[in-house]
Design a protein around this ligand. Structure first.
Ligand code: ZN
Length: 345
């Protein structure tokens, strides 16, 4: 094996990323080295590409970016058991500590010392990735590398959608980005009665209708009140999944939720935003913030659902070779794409 690799690097504190030659990472006793086959571009990577305030505060330079990946194990640290060379895998990109109260209680996804690959630590937009063996998620043959490369965002969708029991419930999803669209497919798979997804972007709403059995609603053109009546709901939605970070969307969600409704929040507002708390109190609404994926329960559930008929492949709208990464980022920046996958083979 060569000791050099191609990697997409945030090389300087400005816009863009550069394809550079970098040393292949050296692994420790508890790590594996993964040959990366496919990667997904995330909204997070767009923030890093654009070098906004969050990125400038968070991301060290230089850094190999990227955290959505699938590949195969090519080297194994000496303490690692239960994994083998050639094992196809994806993996959890949140690297957790082992000392916090949450970690020691087994609530790994709530560890406050979590560090993210491609954000705080060297990432997956490269031919090789070092990962703690603990974070490896083996892939069954039925899940190919392309789907393996989007398990991280599918995991966000699954974690959010499965926050509350959806069987027989009417579900409102605000925000038809890839995660919102995948959450709609998951809500269907989990037995929701009606699944409605809102956005103001017609391309994304069209894609939502192609990926999942949902009622897309462009809130510029349609009133949710009419949709509630059309679908025969007596009061409104039972469960809301907020995926947009948009204040108006959250207001609409609260407005159209039943008394005692439940909301899972994944969307991140750009800053502080005004919330009509009295409305939430008087409607007795439960709100849950969602971060990342449950480690590893979300991974278990999503692989089980994918093996049992959950189909999200059509959310991938663009495929490029890694050397064409600029086209991939341009597709993401257009606001018209679903998931964009880069091929590193
Ligand atoms: Zn991501």
């Amino acid at each position: 094996m060569t000791n050099e690799m191609r990697a997409l690097v945030k090389a300087a504190p400005t816009t863009g990323l550069q394809m550079q030659t970098r040393p292949v990472p050296e692994i420790g006793a508890d790590d594996v080295l993964i040959r990366v086959n496919k990667t997904g571009i995330c909204g997070t990577d767009i923030h890093i590409w654009q070098w906004d305030d969050w990125a400038a505060r968070t991301v060290p330079v230089p850094l190999v970016t990227g955290h959505e990946f699938a590949g195969e194990i090519v080297e194994i640290g000496r303490n690692v058991e239960g994994l083998s060379l050639g094992q196809r895998c994806s993996g959890e990109g949140h690297l957790i500590g082992r000392t916090s109260r949450q970690s020691r209680a087994g609530k790994f996804h709530l560890d406050p010392e979590t560090r993210g690959i491609g954000v705080n630590e060297q990432g997956a937009f490269a031919e090789y990735l070092r990962l703690p063996a603990f974070n490896v998620v083996p892939l069954p043959d039925s899940i190919d590398d392309e789907i393996g490369a989007i398990l991280d965002p599918l995991g966000n969708a699954v974690h959010t959608a499965l926050s509350f029991d959806l069987l027989g419930e009417d579900v409102l999803i605000t925000g038809a980005g890839p995660i919102g669209i995948m959450a709609a497919a998951v809500a269907r798979h989990a037995g929701a009665r009606n699944v409605v997804i809102t956005d103001v972007n017609p391309d994304r709403l069209r894609l939502a209708g192609q990926v999942a059995d949902v009622r897309p609603v462009n809130v510029v053109e349609e009133d949710l009140r009419d949709v509630v009546a059309e679908l025969g709901m007596k009061q409104g939605f039972d469960v809301g999944l907020e995926m947009s970070g948009n204040q108006a969307a959250l207001d609409q969600m609260v407005e159209h939720l039943v008394m005692g409704g439940r909301i899972a929040l994944l969307g991140i507002p750009p800053g502080k935003s005004p919330v009509d708390w009295s409305r939430i109190v008087f409607k007795a609404i439960t709100i849950k913030g969602v971060y990342g994926r449950e480690i590893f329960e979300t991974w278990y559930k999503m692989i089980a659902m994918l093996e049992n008929g959950l189909d999200v492949r059509r959310v991938i709208t663009h495929r490029f070779t890694a050397s064409d990464y600029e086209a991939g980022f341009a597709a993401m920046l257009s606001g018209k794409s679903g998931k964009v996958v880069l091929d590193w083979t």
